[in-house]
Write a protein that binds this ligand. Structure first.
Ligand code: MTE
Length: 318
């Protein structure tokens, strides 16, 4: 996200070999005909289809969250990700398989009635999963529209029981340098951290995703649990969460820590406020490369603009 100059070896995404084709080729080379037969007959056992919550998918779609545009095809969304823990290219799907997503524990701590830890399967089964179609707008000016499965963040607040002194909620991603090569790059302020105000977290659009495209999240999307806040730039939606802390102080997020002149706390989408190095007026749709005008609050203003009354002097849009 910091330096976006394409390098000579980078190819346009439309020319990239889809991951499945690439893997099949590798298997063919390595194992000859037997491997080919296995590839054709049996689907590979991946973390996704061995997921202990697989029986909960697909979840019922909540029709209240509809789109103004077609869904992005899964093959495009799954092969163009930001997950700096696994490298700064968009092709992190293969590297992200090194993340072991079970067992997985989420810590709830800070200003809550009683801090606790919960296994992610236990957490998911306590919640009522639903599917929502949301747009996602990256600060880099690409966008997609995807079907997330998960539960409202409000339900997590109900479970965590924050004290009245809590003003913010801070989300923290896993930290494991042994499997995440990006985390060995010490100039980044690992672990990845993001934050919301309690009012933002309680807004009905704020969501915790456990799945996408009717299945548990593939690792590159931030398995097994990620934040989704569709009115803000995508970097607010932290992946692979291990800790949720309630605080009085505003959390300093990963990108804000690294580059405060370019990335702020609020990070609401706004076409009229350019990034210091590029315009935010338009967005490029993943897969089709169609250009669309950016919409304030990514089109969700009716639901969220009221959250920012009285905060007009803050940097609400960077
Ligand atoms: N979370 C972590 N832990 N690490 C990251 O690098 N990138 C963010 C966000 N969450 C990121 C992250 C950015 S910049 C974007 S645009 C979205 O994830 C991308 O989500 P996607 O890859 O599922 O499309």
């Amino acid at each position: 996200m910091l330096i976006k100059r394409p390098r000579s070896w980078e190819i346009p995404e439309a020319e990239a070999t889809p991951e499945a084709v690439f893997l099949n080729r590798r298997e063919l080379v390595a194992g000859g005909l037997a491997a080919m037969a296995a590839t054709v007959i049996a689907p590979p056992v991946t973390a996704q289809n061995a997921d202990p919550t697989l029986d909960l998918y697909p979840a019922k779609r909540n029709a209240a969250y509809a789109l103004d545009r077609p869904l992005t095809e899964e093959r495009f969304a799954a092969d163009y990700n930001n997950f700096y823990e696994f490298g700064s290219s968009k092709s992190v799907a293969v590297a992200a398989r090194a993340l072991k997503t079970r067992p997985w524990t989420v810590k709830i701590e800070g200003l809550v009635e009683k801090p606790f830890e919960i296994g992610v399967d236990d957490l998911i089964r306590r919640m009522s999963l639903e599917e929502r179609l949301y747009r996602l707008r990256c600060v880099e000016a690409w966008a997609m529209a995807v079907p997330w499965t998960g539960f409202p963040m409000r339900a997590l607040l109900d479970l965590a029981k924050p004290l009245s002194s809590a003003r913010y909620v801070r989300f923290e991603t896993f930290l494991d340098r042994s499997i995440a090569p990006g985390q060995r790059q010490i100039w980044y302020p690992w672990p990845y951290v993001e934050g919301l105000t309690i009012a933002e977290a309680a807004n009905e659009l704020a969501f915790l995703a456990t799945g996408i495209y009717g299945k548990p999240l593939a690792n590159q999307f931030g398995a097994p649990l990620r934040v989704v806040v569709p009115w803000k730039y995508g970097f607010k939606s932290a992946k692979s969460i291990v800790k949720i802390a309630f605080t009085e102080q505003r959390p300093k997020s990963f990108w804000e820590e690294l580059q405060p002149a370019e990335y702020g706390f609020w990070a609401n989408v706004n076409p009229a406020v350019p990034h210091p190095r590029w315009s935010q007026a338009e967005e490029r749709i993943l897969g089709t490369n169609e250009k669309r005008p950016t919409v304030i609050y990514n089109g969700y203003g009716d639901d969220v603009a009221s959250l920012y009354k009285g905060l007009e002097n803050e940097r609400l849009f960077v």
